[in-house]
Design a protein around this ligand. Sequence first.
Ligand code: ADP
Length: 485
Amino acid sequence: ITDKLRSSGLLRTQGLIGGKWTDAYDGKTLEVHNPATGEVLADVSCMGQKETNDAISSAYDTFISWSKVTAAERSKCLRKWYDLLMAHKEELGQLITLEQGKPLKEAIGEVSYGASFVEFFAEEAKRVYGDIIPATLPDRRLFVLRQPVGVVGAITPWNFPLAMITRKVGPALACGCTVVIKPSELTPLTALAAAELSLQAGIPPGAVNVIMGNAPAIGDALLASPQVRKITFTGSTAVGKKLMAGAAATVKKVSLELGGNAPCIIFNDADLDVAVKGTLAAKFRNSGQTCVCANRVLVQEGIYEKFANALSKAVQNLKVGEGFTEGAIQGPLINKAALEKVETFVQEAVSKGAKVLLGGKRHSLGMTFYEPTVIGDVKSDMLLSREEVFGPVAPLLRFKTEEEAIHMANDTNAGLAAYIFTTNVQRTWRVSEALEYGLVGVNEGLISTEVAPFGGVKQSGLGREGSKYGMDEYLEFSSYEICML
Ligand code: ADP
């Protein structure tokens, strides 16, 4: 942690309740580590049910006033927050690299991406239009208002410590909601810094609260409170299902962004360079630790050998290193459990006949570094095909026909992102529409943007984030019938 970062005022270690930086009531703390070095970066407040309930109360009180502020005023506050996030791109990027591990350039890229949601929703705040409906009787008038849902509980993961927060909190605040954020305990420092900037932007105290510590206790408190009207979650499918079940007791609105099992389909007619570049981007971003990362690379027989060679060559050039190392493109995995999962999946595949074309073992840098890996002859029944590996491993599976590729791609309970590489226009449409996925990239491996709806089908989730559609997740439609006496 540099002196500049220390003196920036952005290095916060307490929770944020009602605009006040607050210790855990019992004084407990938890350590935040740098995954690349194991170094302890900070001791942050380790909170639970009591602190969560107080944060909910303050969010509720603030909701009463914030929801009545004009849209233009809310928009200005969000715009100011965006400006501050961008002005502190370097410091926020450093925090992300320190606690999450991704290379600094990628981390600063996440700050721009994360901030873009705040900018976009600052603009959308002004466009929460209602509707007037032709009435069924002559003396009646019917109209519809879109009203903010209320207090929002936002539970976020470690892989995008900033962006997963802003794409929930941006639209929530824009609509007039207030939030209690529970960031991942692995990456709370970025969340706390972003919250500090929200205060500096003039977003009222109590509109943004941050609680971290005992995840199940905090989650249960959010679920139990009738004042929390919405839960928005990004993370594992298992926890998402628990939250959805828990939200039933108080019938909350729920948005879930859960696990994926993204197929990346390379057809014989693909442009080889485009396919390699796209697969590299879709697979190795954040060392493979995103829910839209290509999890299975399905390659048609006619191009298999050529593609496998070209991809292996390209992957060999990915420089592995600690995030502040010049030129590093692949950082460490988030923790030991993540590393062991990758190892287990690779070992299982090899034991069943898959072939390591590149990498396939821990990196000589030690810690949680794993070599960027390409594995050939992977089969559909292997763990690498059935579950998210969340690491820098590209498994190649062969297919013969387009129908077979579509069947293999859809043969999963997940349905978040899919990628296809082809130069045939008819095939583009045919296959894109046949894929049971919320997001499809054609000849492109990077498809996340604040202006398009992001979300999954099947067990990959509910609801959409980003874009004009992302606003509706935080709004209720209220219908009014006026009788003109
Ligand atoms: P990942 O495997 O990506 O860490 P998790 O679903 O475990 O995914 O974590 C995503 C977020 O969910 C984190 O903030 C984590 O602390 C939180 N979380 C985990 N278990 C629970 C729970 N029982 N209730 C509420 N939040 C939880």
